[in-house]
Design a protein around this ligand. Sequence first.
Ligand code: ZN
Length: 188
Amino acid sequence: MPYSIWVQGEYITEPPIRPTDDLKRPIGHYIDTGGYLGANVYAIDVETLCEYIGISDHDKCMVCKNDILLCEMNQKISYFIIQDKEIIDIISDEILELEKLSTLDVKVIGNTIDFPDFEQGVRYFVDAKRKIPYLPTLDVLETPYPYFKLTCSKCGRAFLSCKYMARHKKCGGYLAMDFATRVHKKWE
Ligand SMILES: [Zn+2]
Protein backbone atom coordinates (compact mmCIF):
# COMPACT_ATOMS: atom_id res chain seq x y z
CA MET A 1 0.00 0.00 0.00
CA PRO A 2 1.41 3.41 -0.88
CA TYR A 3 1.30 5.90 1.95
CA SER A 4 1.71 9.66 2.01
CA ILE A 5 4.78 11.47 3.29
CA TRP A 6 5.83 15.13 3.06
CA VAL A 7 8.77 15.84 0.76
CA GLN A 8 10.67 19.09 0.35
CA GLY A 9 12.53 20.08 -2.81
CA GLU A 10 12.15 21.51 -6.30
CA TYR A 11 8.79 21.25 -8.06
CA ILE A 12 9.17 19.76 -11.56
CA THR A 13 6.74 18.49 -14.22
CA GLU A 14 9.17 16.78 -16.62
CA PRO A 15 11.24 14.45 -14.47
CA PRO A 16 14.58 12.99 -15.57
CA ILE A 17 14.80 9.20 -16.14
CA ARG A 18 15.16 7.02 -13.06
CA PRO A 19 18.85 6.02 -12.95
CA THR A 20 18.30 2.56 -11.37
CA ASP A 21 16.33 1.15 -14.34
CA ASP A 22 16.26 3.95 -16.97
CA LEU A 23 12.51 4.34 -16.38
CA LYS A 24 11.01 7.25 -18.33
CA ARG A 25 8.41 8.90 -16.13
CA PRO A 26 5.37 10.64 -17.63
CA ILE A 27 4.81 14.39 -17.47
CA GLY A 28 3.10 15.15 -14.17
CA HIS A 29 3.68 16.71 -10.78
CA TYR A 30 6.87 15.80 -8.96
CA ILE A 31 9.24 17.00 -6.25
CA ASP A 32 12.96 16.47 -6.77
CA THR A 33 14.66 16.45 -3.37
CA GLY A 34 18.11 16.71 -4.96
CA GLY A 35 21.22 14.57 -4.98
CA TYR A 36 22.03 12.21 -7.88
CA LEU A 37 20.11 13.27 -11.04
CA GLY A 38 16.68 11.61 -11.16
CA ALA A 39 17.27 9.39 -8.12
CA ASN A 40 15.15 11.31 -5.60
CA VAL A 41 12.01 12.24 -7.50
CA TYR A 42 8.59 11.82 -5.88
CA ALA A 43 5.21 11.90 -7.64
CA ILE A 44 2.94 14.23 -5.67
CA ASP A 45 -0.72 15.12 -5.32
CA VAL A 46 -0.61 18.64 -6.78
CA GLU A 47 -3.43 19.72 -4.43
CA THR A 48 -0.91 19.42 -1.58
CA LEU A 49 1.83 21.48 -3.27
CA CYS A 50 2.89 24.22 -0.79
CA GLU A 51 5.21 26.87 -2.15
CA TYR A 52 7.99 28.33 0.02
CA ILE A 53 7.18 31.99 0.79
CA GLY A 54 10.76 33.10 1.39
CA ILE A 55 10.68 33.30 5.20
CA SER A 56 11.98 30.92 7.87
CA ASP A 57 10.55 30.44 11.34
CA HIS A 58 12.07 30.46 14.83
CA ASP A 59 13.63 26.99 14.25
CA LYS A 60 14.96 27.86 10.74
CA CYS A 61 12.12 25.82 9.24
CA MET A 62 10.95 27.13 5.86
CA VAL A 63 7.49 28.73 5.93
CA CYS A 64 5.26 27.57 3.06
CA LYS A 65 1.79 28.18 1.74
CA ASN A 66 -0.89 26.43 3.89
CA ASP A 67 1.31 26.49 6.98
CA ILE A 68 -0.17 27.26 10.39
CA LEU A 69 2.07 29.44 12.56
CA LEU A 70 2.10 30.24 16.26
CA CYS A 71 3.34 33.66 17.35
CA GLU A 72 4.02 34.46 21.01
CA MET A 73 4.61 38.13 21.66
CA ASN A 74 3.89 40.55 24.50
CA GLN A 75 2.12 37.85 26.56
CA LYS A 76 -0.29 37.20 23.71
CA ILE A 77 -0.60 34.31 21.30
CA SER A 78 -1.64 34.53 17.65
CA TYR A 79 -2.19 31.88 15.00
CA PHE A 80 -1.50 32.73 11.37
CA ILE A 81 -2.51 30.78 8.29
CA ILE A 82 -0.56 31.28 5.06
CA GLN A 83 -3.03 31.50 2.22
CA ASP A 84 -2.50 32.12 -1.51
CA LYS A 85 -1.77 35.82 -1.36
CA GLU A 86 -2.65 36.62 2.23
CA ILE A 87 -1.62 35.79 5.76
CA ILE A 88 -4.61 35.60 8.09
CA ASP A 89 -4.47 36.12 11.85
CA ILE A 90 -7.33 33.79 12.80
CA ILE A 91 -7.81 35.16 16.33
CA SER A 92 -8.09 38.86 15.40
CA ASP A 93 -9.33 38.10 11.84
CA GLU A 94 -6.78 40.57 10.45
CA ILE A 95 -4.72 40.26 7.29
CA LEU A 96 -0.95 40.51 7.65
CA GLU A 97 1.67 41.66 5.15
CA LEU A 98 4.50 39.29 4.31
CA GLU A 99 6.99 42.02 5.32
CA LYS A 100 5.35 42.26 8.74
CA LEU A 101 5.41 38.48 9.19
CA SER A 102 9.16 38.40 8.55
CA THR A 103 9.71 40.65 11.58
CA LEU A 104 7.76 38.43 14.01
CA ASP A 105 8.94 35.45 16.03
CA VAL A 106 6.82 32.66 14.56
CA LYS A 107 6.87 28.86 14.64
CA VAL A 108 5.38 26.46 12.10
CA ILE A 109 3.08 24.13 14.09
CA GLY A 110 1.38 22.27 11.22
CA ASN A 111 -0.52 22.98 8.03
CA THR A 112 -4.09 23.15 6.79
CA ILE A 113 -3.72 20.02 4.64
CA ASP A 114 -3.03 17.80 7.67
CA PHE A 115 -5.35 19.86 9.90
CA PRO A 116 -8.14 21.30 7.72
CA ASP A 117 -10.43 22.11 10.66
CA PHE A 118 -7.86 23.97 12.79
CA GLU A 119 -9.15 27.42 11.82
CA GLN A 120 -12.74 26.44 12.60
CA GLY A 121 -11.64 24.94 15.91
CA VAL A 122 -9.82 28.10 17.06
CA ARG A 123 -12.61 30.38 15.86
CA TYR A 124 -15.07 28.53 18.07
CA PHE A 125 -13.08 29.56 21.16
CA VAL A 126 -12.70 33.14 19.86
CA ASP A 127 -16.45 33.51 19.17
CA ALA A 128 -17.44 31.83 22.45
CA LYS A 129 -14.98 34.18 24.29
CA ARG A 130 -13.33 31.16 25.89
CA LYS A 131 -9.65 30.56 26.54
CA ILE A 132 -7.81 30.05 23.23
CA PRO A 133 -5.91 26.72 23.28
CA TYR A 134 -2.13 27.16 23.46
CA LEU A 135 -0.67 24.79 20.84
CA PRO A 136 3.09 24.88 20.14
CA THR A 137 2.58 21.85 17.83
CA LEU A 138 -0.40 20.04 16.29
CA ASP A 139 1.20 16.59 16.26
CA VAL A 140 3.26 15.53 19.28
CA LEU A 141 4.57 12.20 17.91
CA GLU A 142 8.00 13.41 16.80
CA THR A 143 8.37 16.09 19.44
CA PRO A 144 9.29 16.13 23.16
CA TYR A 145 5.77 17.37 24.02
CA PRO A 146 3.41 15.17 26.05
CA TYR A 147 0.14 13.89 24.58
CA PHE A 148 -2.79 16.24 24.18
CA LYS A 149 -5.62 16.17 26.67
CA LEU A 150 -8.83 16.97 24.83
CA THR A 151 -11.95 18.02 26.73
CA CYS A 152 -15.25 18.25 24.89
CA SER A 153 -17.02 21.58 25.39
CA LYS A 154 -20.40 19.92 24.84
CA CYS A 155 -20.48 16.53 26.60
CA GLY A 156 -17.53 17.11 28.95
CA ARG A 157 -15.66 13.89 28.05
CA ALA A 158 -11.88 14.03 28.21
CA PHE A 159 -9.40 11.85 26.35
CA LEU A 160 -5.81 11.75 25.09
CA SER A 161 -4.55 12.18 21.53
CA CYS A 162 -1.22 12.59 19.75
CA LYS A 163 -2.79 14.88 17.12
CA TYR A 164 -4.91 18.00 17.11
CA MET A 165 -8.66 17.48 16.63
CA ALA A 166 -11.17 20.31 16.39
CA ARG A 167 -14.31 18.36 17.29
CA HIS A 168 -15.45 15.39 19.31
CA LYS A 169 -16.56 12.82 16.68
CA LYS A 170 -19.29 11.35 18.88
CA CYS A 171 -21.19 14.52 19.79
CA GLY A 172 -19.77 17.24 17.48
CA GLY A 173 -18.70 19.46 20.38
CA TYR A 174 -15.50 21.52 20.01
CA LEU A 175 -12.51 20.23 21.93
CA ALA A 176 -10.58 22.34 24.42
CA MET A 177 -6.94 21.34 24.01
CA ASP A 178 -4.27 21.15 26.65
CA PHE A 179 -1.30 18.88 27.27
CA ALA A 180 -1.52 15.79 29.48
CA THR A 181 1.38 17.29 31.44
CA ARG A 182 1.04 21.02 31.34
CA VAL A 183 3.27 22.89 28.86
CA HIS A 184 3.89 26.49 29.92
CA LYS A 185 3.98 29.50 27.67
CA LYS A 186 7.27 31.38 27.52
CA TRP A 187 6.12 34.04 29.97
CA GLU A 188 4.54 31.79 32.59
ZN1 ZN B 1 -18.51 15.46 23.21
